[in-house]
Design a protein around this ligand. Structure first.
Ligand code: DGJ
Length: 732
């Protein structure tokens, strides 16, 4: 029984294979958090809650003269605003009294098999044999609001998901001012916080800081999850490393404004909260209406950060990504963006596609610039009609020609955007986000469509599905190249304007859902100026995401390493591009560019018609290697070996197949050490009792030798050199 309830003690215990989560209904129907961590056999964990008589603590008047209970000193499951807990609250609902004070108490609960879907929102999914769910109803007697806390445990993963539904059970409107998805109250503050920060072309850099008294955390107010901070936080022990120690991960399945905060309070305890950013958010609920908060996926590991990441990878690969391409080999692609930018015609594209097909590349992707008057980033967004001056003979002919080469065809859209210089804007100036009477902000010369409007979504669906359907297109790169400003919808009344950002992202999810429902074999790759919206919400809709506009292999080492803290390599778009690199001017060995891009959804993004014969041979060899290693890389377990954020000279990682019979190791010498030590690389994740053969050298080693003594690394001269190793277990 993964989820149990002790009727007598009123204790809920949620077990996963190696973890336990426990809570208890204590006095006044308060839902207290008891424990989250390594699996426990005891059920009676109520002793963990102790009363404290603390000056300045507020206690319910009905408790007087006893002062030992306060919401503010109790670890809580879902803290409400205004009733004596001065730490960060999860919920505040404004009823008829206008106060925002909210007081939710336990009413009832249900435990059932399986996992519910979340209306309009992405979420992990599971069938009846894979998961169990607990729903706890908490009621605010004064406003009549019922908050249902939802917890799901997975049979095979050390993961617990949380979200909640707020329902207005009264007969007048209420306004939600704040509704976070999860809270985790920990009983010490002896932790570090890890977050993934960045900017355009430098996403998901790893940052680790010591928790301090007060509030620390990360947020986005950009209308997307953002390049700048990822909706993920890990709270780890001070000595936790890749393989040892405690790690609590919290990952939000949401692609818009978020907050993820850790607050260390006066009692040296830590509260971690995550959910929709309350800034400029509110939501009016009429009687009987409900609001669903996005899901948080919590993972606990007592075996370090690496184990936490592998849990996320497996869960997201198998129970978040969906559809035809979920665990299917994705086509190796060639994208024309860095090869041509806006300067192309159908002949140029076909030349690139022909060169690609000769090398064994399987899909041609036509990037930005094929529609409307789109000859630069100044115009054309929204006019999703092919520009026949560029694509002479029409799009269908080009797609057919590419199909004749034996390749699939992919296309670029930026559905959420509109250029001022476009027919769409001239016809529907009110379709963009803007505040009447105010100036407005441009970014990359463009405005943002109001995706909270159904007419906008219907227009986009009609345009996109016509083009995809009529031409037989197999892949869409869905781009999004600016943050949201002047967030306001012309269709919402003043008291609902603060709903716009959330309604916007619901509109994005709806359009993606309609497209993949209409074209079940369509492969969607998300993109936001690279990895600006690389989050679990997007992976529910698109099983792969363009990781970064920075295609420099050495920058990518760090970007992909940071991304792997949460997201699987099967989701990371990674391409070999030209050198000197277009973003950094750096020249890196073609071999290394291939080795780095292979740890992702592999592809190329350069003018293949300009390659030398030697370069073509290298690419053929890369494609062969990727083909051979595809399943180990995409479905294997990833182990990080050398951290490029800590090591000035190198990075390394490896993949081990589930049966531990195969391994693929990548070592990158990011910088030459002029007087290098003899380096050895200790492998991880192998079966110590199996004998493995290095398939290149023919030398064999026991698994325990590879993991404890390691392999000798070759001496390589020059920055940005790399090598790979392939191991196969020998038959016993
Ligand atoms: C930003 C993307 O990240 C690039 O790959 C490319 O598609 C451009 N947009 C096109 O405008």
């Amino acid at each position: 029984m993964p989820i149990s309830f002790d009727e007598h003690k009123k204790i809920f215990k949620l077990d996963t294979p190696n973890t336990t989560y426990a809570m208890q209904v204590i006095r006044h129907g308060c839902l207290a958090h008891l424990y989250y961590g390594k699996k426990l056999t005891d059920n009676d964990l109520g002793y963990l809650i102790r009363g404290i008589n603390l000056s300045f603590a507020a206690y319910p008047a009905e408790e007087a003269p006893d002062r030992s209970f306060s919401f503010g000193t109790t670890p809580l499951e879902y803290p409400a605003f205004g009733i004596g807990d001065f730490r960060t609250p999860c919920i505040s609902v404004e009823g008829a009294d206008g106060t925002g004070v909210t007081d939710i108490r336990y009413v009832s609960h249900r435990i059932y098999k399986g996992k519910p879907t979340l209306s309009g929102l992405p979420a992990t999914y599971a069938d009846e044999n894979e998961a169990q769910t607990l729903e706890i109803d908490m009621k605010d007697a004064l406003t009549g609001v019922v908050v249902t806390l939802i917890y799901t445990t997975f049979e095979n993963y050390d993961a617990i998901t949380r979200s909640c539904i707020v329902k207005n059970c009264s007969d007048s409107d209420v306004s939600i001012k704040r509704v976070l998805s999860a809270c985790l109250d920990l009983d010490t503050c002896d932790y570090d916080m890890i977050t993934l920060y960045g900017k355009w072309a430098l996403e998901r850099q790893i940052e680790r800081r010591r928790l301090a008294h007060g509030i620390q955390g990360v947020e986005s107010m950009r209308g997307s999850s953002s390049h700048q901070q990822n909706p993920f936080v890990a709270i780890v022990g001070k000595n936790t490393d890749e393989d040892n120690g405690e790690a609590y991960g919290m990952s939000l399945v949401y692609s818009s404004n978020f907050t993820a905060l850790a607050e260390v309070g006066e009692l040296n305890t830590t509260r971690v909260v995550m959910g929709i950013n309350p800034q400029n958010f509110s939501w009016t609920l009429s009687p009987n209406e409900s609001f669903t908060a996005p899901e948080v996926v919590m993972v606990y590991s007592d075996k370090g950060i690496g184990n936490m990441s592998r849990t996320y990878h497996r869960l997201y690969r198998n129970n978040l990504c969906r559809g035809y391409w979920k665990n299917r080999r994705r086509p190796i692609l060639i994208n024309n963006w860095e090869a041509t930018y806006f300067n192309f015609d159908e002949k140029k594209l076909l030349d690139i596609a022909k060169s690609a097909s000769e090398l064994g590349i399987e899909m041609f992707v036509m990037d930005d610039g094929w529609f409307g008057q789109r000859d630069s980033d100044k115009r054309g967004l929204g006019d999703w009609f092919v520009n026949e001056n560029k694509i002479k003979g029409g799009l269908k002919k080009l797609v057919d020609d590419v199909h004749t080469l034996g390749m699939k065809f992919g296309i670029w859209f930026e559905p959420e955007m509109i250029s001022e210089d476009s027919d769409l804007y001239r016809t529907h100036p009110d379709w963009c986000l803007h505040v009447p009477g105010r100036g407005y902000s441009l970014s990359r010369c463009q405005l943002v469509l109001d995706m909270s409007r159904q007419d906008v979504i219907d227009y986009l669906f009609e345009r996109m599905s016509s083009i995809i359907g009529e031409c037989g297109i197999e892949y869409v790169k869905w781009d999004m190249n600016r943050s949201l400003t002047e967030v306001s919808s012309r269709l919402l009344p003043p008291d609902r304007q603060c709903e716009t950002a959330h309604r916007y992202v619901l509109g994005v999810y709806q359009l993606m859902e309609r497209l993949v429902s209409k074209f079940p074999k369509l492969l969607l790759e998300g993109c936001s100026g690279g990895g600006g919206r690389f989050d679990a919400g997007m992976l529910y809709c698109s099983p792969q995401y363009w990781t970064s506009d920075d295609t420099d292999a050495l920058e990518r080492v760090r970007i992909q390493y940071g991304t792997s803290y949460v997201y699987p390599v099967s989701a990371m778009g990674a391409h070999v591009s030209v050198c000197p690199n277009e973003q950094t001017g750096r020249t890196v060995d073609l071999n290394t560019r291939g080795n780095v891009a292979m740890s992702g959804t592999f592809g190329y993004e350069l003018d293949l018609t300009k390659l030398t014969d030697e370069e073509k041979d290298t690419i053929r060899a890369q494609i062969k290697e990727f083909d051979e290693q595809y399943d180990v890389i995409s479905y294997g377990d990833q182990y990080r070996l050398i951290n490029p954020f800590e090591d000035n000279y190198s990075a390394a990682w490896m993949f081990v197949s589930e049966d531990k019979n195969r391994a693929f190791v990548t070592y990158v010498q990011t910088k030459t050490d002029p007087n290098p030590p003899m380096r050895r690389l200790k492998l991880k994740g192998l079966d110590p009792t199996k004998r493995y053969i290095d398939t290149q050298s023919g030398v064999s080693y026991m698994g325990d030798t590879l993991m404890n003594a390691g392999i000798n690394l070759p001496m390589m001269f020059g920055d940005g050199k790399s090598c790979t190793f392939k191991f196969k277990a020998q038959e016993k």
